[in-house]
Design a protein around this ligand. Sequence first.
Ligand SMILES: NC(=O)c1ccc[n+]([C@@H]2O[C@H](COP(=O)([O-])OP(=O)(O)OC[C@H]3O[C@@H](n4cnc5c(N)ncnc54)[C@H](O)[C@@H]3O)[C@@H](O)[C@H]2O)c1
Length: 261
Amino acid sequence: MSRLNDQVAIVTGAGSGIGKGIAKRFMEEGATVVIATDQSEEGINTVKELQKNNGNAVFIQTDVAMETSIQNMVQETISRFGQIDALVNNAGITVFKTLEEATIDDWNNLINIDLRGPFLCSKYVMPYMKKQSKGSIINISSNHAFATLPDSEIYAAAKGGVNAMTKSMALSLGQYGIRVNSICPGFTNTPHYQRWLAEKSDKELIHQEVLQLHPLQKICTPEDIGDMAVYLASAESAMVTGEAIVMDGGLSSRLYHSKLC
Ligand SMILES: NC(=O)c1ccc[n+]([C@@H]2O[C@H](COP(=O)([O-])OP(=O)(O)OC[C@H]3O[C@@H](n4cnc5c(N)ncnc54)[C@H](O)[C@@H]3O)[C@@H](O)[C@H]2O)c1
C-alpha cells in the first residue's frame, strides 16, 4: 500500500526544483498534490509533467508573499478536496549580497516569501488540520540556519527563523495531532543550483570541488528531499515533531576545510 494514500498535500513553490521533487514523490505515494506556485506557466507544465506518471495534481496559483492569495489557495483546496493532510512550505528565494549592497527591499522580499510565507500558510491551513485532529507541516529550511557564509545575512536570518518558528508551532499544535518539522537541505541539484554554477568562470572545477566537500561525494536531488518529506507526512514519523533535519550529505559534519593539514 502507498504511504500517503487518500492524503491531500499542498506544496508551495512546487513548479521547480525541490518543490517539484517533493510533489513527484508525494504523488508516487498516492497523495493528491496542490501545486501552489506563483508562476502560471511553471505550475501548469508541472501538473502536466507529473500527471504523466499517474497520480493527481492541480495547480492553484499562489503568491506566498500575499496573505489574500494564501487564503484563496487554502479555500480552493478545501472546496475541491475537503481536507488538507500535509502542508509543505517550500517556496523560497535567495539574496546573496554584501551588507552594504543589500537593501530594505531585499530584506522585505526575502522575509515575506521565506519566513512570513510559511507563517501565514500554516496559520490558514491549521484550522482544517485541527478539525481533522491530524496533519503534518513541513518547512523547507536550509543548512544556512546552522552555519552560513558571508553575504548571506538575510537568507540565514529567514531560515534560522523558520527553524525557531517550527519548534514553537510543534509545541502549540501537538495537542491537535498536528506535527511540525523542518528539513534543512544543503547543496541540492536544482535549476537554482545550476544558475549559481552558471555564474562561475570554471563551472566544472567548482562543481567537482562541491562534490569533494561532501563525504558522500554527491549532492542531494530534489527527490532525496522528497523522500524525507514523504516520511514526515506519513504515519512512520508519528512521534517526530519539532525537529530540524539536516540533509546535506554530511557537508556540515566536517570541522574545517584545509589543504595543508
Ligand atoms: N537548491 C538548494 O540547494 C537549496 C538548499 C537549501 C534550501 N533550499 C530551499 O529549498 C526551497 C526551494 O528551493 P529551490 O532550489 O528548489 O528553488 P527554485 O528557485 O528552483 O524553486 C523555487 C520555487 O518557488 C516559487 N516561488 C518563488 N517565489 C514564490 C512566491 N512568492 N510564491 C509562491 N511561489 C514562489 C518559484 O516559482 C519556484 O517554483 C527554498 O525554500 C530554498 O531556500 C534550496
